[in-house]
Design a protein around this ligand. Structure first.
Ligand SMILES: [Zn+2]
Length: 156
């Protein structure tokens, strides 16, 4: 599975790459030579909005993100790298810290999520590292839209 290193201006995109299950880390600091070198060293596709980076010599994969809207950025990356997002990969990775998520029993999250969320949501996942709890249900519409655009064989 493709892994990513994103510059710090792409946080919304990072969140969505993680939602889709892609191992994605953020490079704090400016998008420069250090960013490129780290991408090559960690064998990650480097994502940046800084066009000047494309003029640098670089052995790894650099993808300059053109759009400033997250939906279009998602489409750009999927199309240019020919990725095929799969439903079963969604919500396998923590949106906060990028570690792998684990299923959690619904009754165990009752005291940790807002009452309305507990009442309306049935599936929860938890990050064993940072303790964040997620409920994929609230993202279903956008997840389905992404799958419909990029993996039409994966219908609910
Ligand atoms: Zn986490």
């Amino acid at each position: 599975m493709t892994t990513f290193l994103a510059d710090s201006t792409l946080r919304k995109l990072v969140k969505w790459l993680r939602i889709m299950g892609y191992d994605t880390v953020v490079h704090e600091g400016t998008a420069d030579r250090v960013l490129l070198d780290r991408g090559a060293r960690e064998d990650r596709v480097v994502l940046s909005r800084k066009k000047e980076l494309a003029r640098r010599q670089f052995r790894g994969t650099l993808l300059i993100v053109v759009s400033d809207r997250v939906n279009e950025q998602i489409d750009e990356i999927i199309q240019r790298l020919r990725l095929v997002p799969r439903r079963e990969d969604f919500f396998t990775r923590c949106l906060t810290c990028n570690n792998l998520l684990e299923p959690v029993q619904r009754e165990n999250v009752k005291d940790h999520v807002p009452p309305y969320v507990f009442k309306t949501q049935h599936v929860f996942v938890k990050c064993p590292y940072c303790g964040s709890i997620f409920w994929p249900g609230t993202h279903r519409e956008r997840m389905t839209a992404i799958l419909n655009r990029h993996n039409p064989t994966d219908r609910p």
